[in-house]
Design a protein around this ligand. Structure first.
Ligand code: PAF
Length: 282
């Protein structure tokens, strides 16, 4: 399995093996790979001539120092997982210096307001960091297709917006959330949960499923109130937000309109570990 740790080496390799006829699939990750990531890779391997996976914990998208420090870094076991999937995967695992060349700062972006909702509101600067790294990785990897999980649905919409605005020649493909048996959305941050916390965190998806049920008969405010009440009773959890929003603008819903797509979004702290999840309401 080829593992590159500098952009210069990866670019030189891609130059030597690719041509205009070759398609490159790209799966950007921050490592601590789970089945959701592996399914994105499987899809990329099926649909492209080459598949590149990046593993890079991007400092500029963390608004919380402790979250960045404690983010799981498991390169060796990640490589083992990818080897089992397909030895042909090309891994890009650069250092912070190689990517940021001494200036670990974000570019600032205008995502037409998508960045001001939910995660953007609660994690200042987060989407500038995501935009900066994804754009940089797209420039290095020059993918034909790039694969993202829908757990970070807002991120997916933002990356699509960035590609549209900058007219980048890449298809951005979103794929459904992978879940644990108890419904908990797979996430690298789950590695930081104890077995008991993982079990209890089933309440996050359960709440979303119940909200979906209620969406048929109740209005958004009634559902939000019910979710807030539910989490007040759960002493191990702290609800950061629960929102029902239009899937394309991400603006909170005022009244339901036929033909529009809606989603519920949630962010919850389990002790100091922050988990997010989302569900389509249509
Ligand atoms: O979703 C993630 O893991 C990250 O936000 C991404 C897209 C790899 C950028 O650092």
């Amino acid at each position: 399995m080829l593992i590159f740790s500098t952009q210069a080496d990866l670019k030189a390799h891609l130059k030597s093996v690719s041509s205009s006829k070759i398609t490159i699939g790209f799966v950007p990750t921050m490592g601590a790979l789970h089945k959701g990531h592996l399914s994105l890779m499987t899809e990329s391997l099926k649909e492209n001539d080459l598949t590149v996976v990046s593993i890079f914990v991007n400092p500029t998208q963390f608004n919380n120092k402790e979250d960045l420090e404690k983010y799981p870094r498991t390169l060796e076991s990640d490589v083992e997982k990818m080897k089992t999937l397909d030895d042909a995967i090309i891994v890009f695992a650069p250092s912070v210096d190689d990517i940021y060349e001494g200036k670990t700062i974000s570019q600032s972006f205008d995502f037409d307001g998508l960045e001001n909702q939910m995660e953007g509101k609660h994690r200042p600067g987060h989407f500038d960091g995501v935009g900066t790294i994804v754009k940089r990785l797209f420039e290095i990897v020059t993918p034909t297709n790039a694969y993202f999980g829908e757990k970070d649905f807002q991120q997916l919409q933002i990356v699509k917006k960035m590609v549209e605005k900058a007219k980048l020649p890449v298809n951005v493909i979103g794929r459904p959330i992978f879940r644990e048996k108890n419904g908990l959305a797979m996430s690298s941050r789950n590695e930081r949960l104890t077995a008991e916390e993982k079990e209890k965190a089933a309440i996050i998806n359960k709440t979303l499923l119940e909200a979906k049920e209620q969406f048929g008969t109740k209005n958004a405010n009634e559902i939000i109130e019910w979710v807030e009440k539910t989490f007040k009773k759960e002493t191990d959890f702290k609800l950061e937000y629960f929102e029902i929003a239009d899937e394309s603008t991400l603006l909170p819903i005022e009244t339901k309109v036929d033909g529009k797509k809606y989603r519920a979004f949630i962010a919850v702290f389990v002790n100091e570990i922050r988990l997010i999840d989302t569900i389509s309401l249509n």
